[in-house]
Ligand binder design. Structure first.
Ligand code: ADP
Ligand code: ZN
Ligand code: MG
Length: 478
């Protein structure tokens, strides 16, 4: 295999929209989904003569992200203008940070199948988002929506330390979970709150110089990122093997054809004519300011994971899955507290709930029920009101038409039959219809009992209490 002769090198630039109430340089709201051009003012529309004022929350959130990823926080930082022309950028420059970012030299730990590994974070800087172009489907033109112009972003740039799509996936998931835990971004990828520019290159194994990279911009789904990387690795190896040279360029990933297409030559820093923004003052942070932010850091995924191993006796694998999302982790802790059965809550989360999330490509934050409802589901099983097989159906309902599990059971008539008289009636009926099984059982074929219980479950459409059925069949067959 040709691939074995090459090494893949990947570095990520991740943009996360910060969940501050207002934009980075004006007081317009940042909320998603408003009618076009309703969250705008002269400043974010770039009217001549307007002046930006830095939103302090943006600095606080960026510092928080830096501390959570073990960065050094720069006490002397500034904003720079990055000049380029594009219709969604009304000022014709983006206010960003160039040579003095707020945070530098951080790291994130991942655990691919090859073993634990540290991915370096080069820098985290603050900048403003651009507006959005809505292209007319019929090619008549494009409309500009400036609601997103000036929404605060942090850009988290990784070192070229990643070596496979598996490592990229794990790194991005870890980064996303950290940002969720510290509550600086909602990280909703489908709304573009978290998006990654993926830089990929290949080189012959043993080579120390990096290969020429291509960059795929604004990727916002884990699945596409993996597919795009795999495609790009093959494409680049192909180019080299055929005697060509990989061009440094910006690519667009097309989900439908499963291919990358060239968008433009890659710009270099010099193309942007960076210079300090003369309208903004330097950002000077005191030790005290940074320490105060450090004090607000919540318990991070790694520490929660350790606690789940000791406090709840979860397996390392389960604890990893649950703590990968703050939402799942909160759901687990709160539901366990209410129903006092953490083992059962853990099982629901790592099996049925995870499966449904995977199948529907749903993010845990979109789970439509809360911890109280999940706890109720567990308690209904523990009390014997429903069987665990019925509970699986209730859970599907809770996803599809969210309401209290009790209401679902009432409406559907799914309450478990635990009444002795009713159970006895079913048992008698099943026995009367299956004389062969009775004979088999008496002849020592234990399996016949399972068949009879199965028939009784079928008869009651899964509602009979299986323990009671078992017991009663045994008694009757004595
Ligand atoms: P820009 O893409 O804006 O010019 P940077 O140089 O800051 O900016 O970011 C480049 C990103 O690409 C970083 O994440 C870095 O790790 C990664 N990178 C740089 N060189 C390579 C390479 N040869 N192969 C893969 N990734 C690379
Ligand atoms: Zn504004
Ligand atoms: Mg880039």
């Amino acid at each position: 295999m040709l691939r074995d002769e090459y090494e893949t090198v990947i570095g990520l630039e991740v943009h996360a929209e910060l969940s501050t109430k207002t934009k980075i340089f004006c007081s317009c709201p940042t909320s998603f989904g408003a009618a076009p051009n309703t969250h705008v003012c002269p400043i974010c529309m770039a009217m001549p003569g307007t002046l930006p004022v830095l939103n302090e929350k943006v600095v606080e959130y960026a510092v928080k992200a830096g501390l959570a990823t073990e960065c050094t926080i720069s006490q002397d930082s500034k904003n720079d203008r990055k000049n380029y022309f594009y219709p969604d950028l009304p000022k014709a420059y983006q206010i960003s940070q160039y040579d003095k970012p707020l945070c530098e030299h951080g790291k994130i730990e991942i655990e691919p199948h090859t073993g634990k590994k540290t991915i370096g974070i080069t820098r985290i800087h603050i900048e403003e988002d651009a507006g959005k172009l809505n292209h007319d489907d019929f090619g008549r033109g494009s409309l500009v929506d400036l609601n997103r112009a000036g929404v605060p972003l942090i850009e988290i740039v990784s070192e070229p330390d990643l070596r496979s799509s598996e490592e990229v996936d794990l790194y991005l998931r870890k980064l996303k979970s950290i940002l969720e835990y510290i509550e600086v971004s909602d990280c909703k990828m489908q709304e573009g709150s978290l998006r990654a520019d993926v830089n990929v290159s290949v080189r012959k194994k043993g080579e120390s110089k990096l290969g020429t990279r291509t960059e795929m911009k604004n990727m916002n789904s884990f699945r596409s990122i993996t597919r795009a990387i795999e495609y790009e690795i093959d494409r680049q190896i192909d180019v080299i093997e055929n005697g060509g040279k990989v061009e440094q360029e910006t690519l667009r990933w097309d989900e439908v054809s499963g291919k990358t297409f060239s968008m433009r030559d890659k710009e270099d820093a010099q193309d942007y004519r960076y210079f300090p923004d003369p309208d903004l003052v330097a950002i000077k942070l005191s030790d005290e300011y940074i320490e105060n932010i450090r004090k607000t850091l919540p318990e991070l995924p790694e520490s929660r994971k350790q606690r789940y191993l000791t406090e709840y006796g979860l397996s390392e694998k389960d604890a990893n899955i649950i703590t990968s999302s703050k939402y799942l982790s909160d759901l687990f802790e709160e539901a366990s507290k209410i129903c006092k059965n953490p083992k059962a809550v853990n099982n629901w989360i790592i099996s049925d709930i995870s499966r449904i999330l995977n199948e529907t490509e749903m993010d845990p934050v979109e789970i439509p029920f809360d911890s109280k409802q999940l706890a109720k589901l567990v308690m209904l099983i523990d009390k014997g009101t429903i069987s665990s097989s019925i509970a699986k159906k209730v859970l599907v309902e809770m996803f599809e038409h969210p309401r209290d599990p009790e209401d679902i059971i009432d409406e559907k008539g799914w309450v478990q039959i635990s009444d002795e008289g009713a159970i006895k009636e079913v048992v008698s009926k099943v026995l009367a219809n299956n004389p062969q099984s009775i004979a088999d059982y008496k002849a020592g074929k234990e399996k016949a009992l399972g068949f009879l219980v199965g028939q009784a479950m079928k008869e009651t459409r899964g509602k009979a209490n299986p323990q009671m059925l078992n017991k009663m069949f045994k008694e009757e067959l004595k």
